[in-house]
Design a protein around this ligand. Structure first.
Ligand code: SAM
Length: 229
């Protein structure tokens, strides 16, 4: 997969894109990430990317001509046509709530474009004519889309084939099916009087499997009954 991120503060993405599972996906040849600095791509003589909102009000709005020019420069096509070739995702708190199912749907794409707003947001025409999909990472407001894009890309990168050492990791975890994952323990078996459940030390794989299933069900019922419905 090739991921293009268009943003105003590319330095915010340096660490998330160069460490952890994203770096691993890049190292494995499963992912290429290109971060595009909108200031550098701006056609404005002073490399401005934003302007005051029509009708007045606080803050600044990311300009549609800047976004269109950036896309046209990078992809060599009209900005409004790119979404026919690949998902063009606008990060916005007003978008569809991002979840594991959407991560899985993005993980099978060859290329994905992320547009990160900042300031008061983006000119509505970016949403209408350039973006093909709008994603929110939750009901709260960040100051910019860079971290939101990093969140989405991190969850997609770990689903790319061959990125995690053991594919069972993604098959058994929370949201892979209807249940949250069962609790995990590691050494030491006893610490400060806090014990690991005896069944996990038993070596009886059938009992362990049954215990884990029961725990996963119990935990989902207690924390996320909506998943079971
Ligand atoms: N004025 C906008 C509103 O009220 O809907 C919020 C703009 S926000 C301050 C600036 C940028 O941060 C947005 O354009 C978007 O790219 C990003 N952003 C903020 N919260 C987000 C969220 N929950 N999910 C995805 N992106 C978000």
């Amino acid at each position: 997969m090739k991921a293009h991120i268009f943003c105003v503060l590319p330095e915010m993405l340096t660490s998330p894109m160069e460490s952890g599972v994203v770096a691993r996906a890049v190292g494995a040849g499963a992912l290429e990430v290109v971060v595009h600095d909108l200031h550098r791509l701006s056609p404005d003589a002073h490399h401005k990317v934003d302007d005051c909102p029509y009708g007045g009000g606080p803050g600044m709005v990311l300009r549609v001509d800047v976004m269109a020019h950036a896309i046209e420069t990078v992809f060599g096509c009209e900005a409004g046509t790119l979404r026919r070739r690949m998902p063009v995702v606008l990060l916005t708190p007003q978008g569809e709530r991002f979840d594991q199912e959407i991560a899985r749907s993005l993980a099978i794409e060859e290329s994905v474009v992320f547009i990160c707003g900042r300031y008061e947001g983006v000119d509505e025409r970016i949403r209408e004519h350039i973006a093909g999909r709008e994603l929110s990472i939750g009901d709260f407001v960040l100051s910019g889309g860079e971290i939101a894009a990093a969140v989405v890309l991190e969850s997609v990168a770990r689903l790319l084939p061959g990125v995690l050492g053991n594919d069972r990791s993604v098959e058994e975890e929370s949201f892979a099916g209807p249940f949250l994952e069962y609790p995990q323990y590691t050494r030491p078996a006893s610490f400060a009087g806090w014990e690991v459940p005896e069944v996990l030390l038993s070596g009886d794989h059938r009992r362990i499997r049954d215990w884990r299933r029961a725990q996963a069900l119990e935990r989902t019922r207690a924390r996320r009954p909506d998943l079971l419905s």
